[in-house]
Each structure stands twice: as structure tokens, then as C-alpha cells.
Design a protein. Structure first.
Length: 163
């Protein structure tokens, strides 16, 4: 059975596609790409059909990540097929838990930075949209740092299913 992870931010053009692309690369590096499916969405549909913000694409490319992206809005019906829904900030966390059809679905929602032991108390990934390139670089650093712990958690679930 495929383990499915969906990253969610506001518009699905900055933070969540960055997290999707970075985590997909980590999954592939770990040899789990046939066992783990990674995608992303936004809490709103303002950018549906758009590509990633050009600054997101530039930062990812500069750091060796490849992958296209088309924005879409998260749908409550997806909870039934997802194992983890990863929110990029506490506002997304609350919105997604309110959308969850069941308490079990609400428990699938986690903050990305909760997987980074060095994150401290502030678990939000700041929205870089209204700032400069330094915000996108900071976002990438946070995503990469949390991806290590997230991969370990996902690997545990995947290997537990295979055993």
C-alpha cells in the first residue's frame, strides 16, 4: 500500500510546493519513491492551475531540486486516501483540522516543523510571498531541516507496513 503525504499552505505556490519537491527528493534518495506518494495543495483556490512562484522555482533550482508544479486547493474528501497532511503554519493546521470529516482525519494533520527537533517553540514556516529572496531561502532551510525527521517518521510507518 502506498503511503500518501500532502503538504498544505495558503495558495500552494510557495511553501507547500517547496516542501513537496524537497520531500519527494528525500523519499527518492531513501529508495522509498515506489512506496511513498508526495503532493501538495492550498487551503484556498486563488492560484489553482498556476505554477509555483518564480522565486520558489529559482531557489529550488539553485539548490539542485527539479520538478514542475501546478497549484490546487485541498479538498476534504482527500483525507480518506491520505496518511499525513502536513501544514506549513498553525493557521493551516487549524483550517485543515476544521475541514477534517472525522477526528481520526484531524489527527493526520501535523505541522512540518514539528519534525525538526531544533525548531524550538515557533513551528510556523513564515510565508515568503510578500518579501524578497531571503525569505524563500529561509523557507527552504526550514523545509530541509524538517524533512529529515519527517522522512524518519514516514520510513517507520512504511517499514512497519512491510513487516
Amino acid at each position: 500500500m502506498t503511503y500518501r503525504v500532502c503538504f498544505v499552505c495558503t495558495g500552494n505556490i510557495c511553501r507547500s510546493p517547496m516542501a513537496e519537491i524537497v520531500f519527494r527528493a528525500r523519499v527518492a534518495e531513501a529508495g522509498l519513491d515506489g512506496l511513498v506518494e508526495v503532493d501538495s495543495a492550498g487551503t484556498g483556490g486563488w492560484h489553482e492551475g498556476d505554477g509555483a512562484d518564480p522565486r520558489t522555482a529559482a531557489v529550488l533550482e539553485e539548490h539542485g531540486y527539479a520538478g514542475g508544479h501546478t497549484a490546487r486547493q485541498f479538498q476534504p474528501s482527500w483525507f480518506s486516501r491520505l496518511h499525513l497532511v502536513i501544514a506549513l503554519d498553525s493557521g493551516h493546521l487549524g483550517a485543515l483540522r476544521r475541514l477534517a470529516p472525522t477526528e481520526q482525519d484531524a489527527q493526520k494533520v501535523r505541522l512540518l516543523r514539528s519534525y525538526d527537533p531544533a525548531a524550538g517553540e515557533d513551528l510556523d514556516v513564515p510565508d515568503p510571498y510578500y518579501g524578497g529572496m531571503d525569505g524563500f531561502e529561509e523557507c527552504l532551510e526550514m523545509v530541509e531541516a524538517a524533512s529529515t525527521g519527517l522522512l524518519a517518521a514516514v520510513r517507520e510507518h512504511v517499514e512497519g507496513r512491510a513487516a
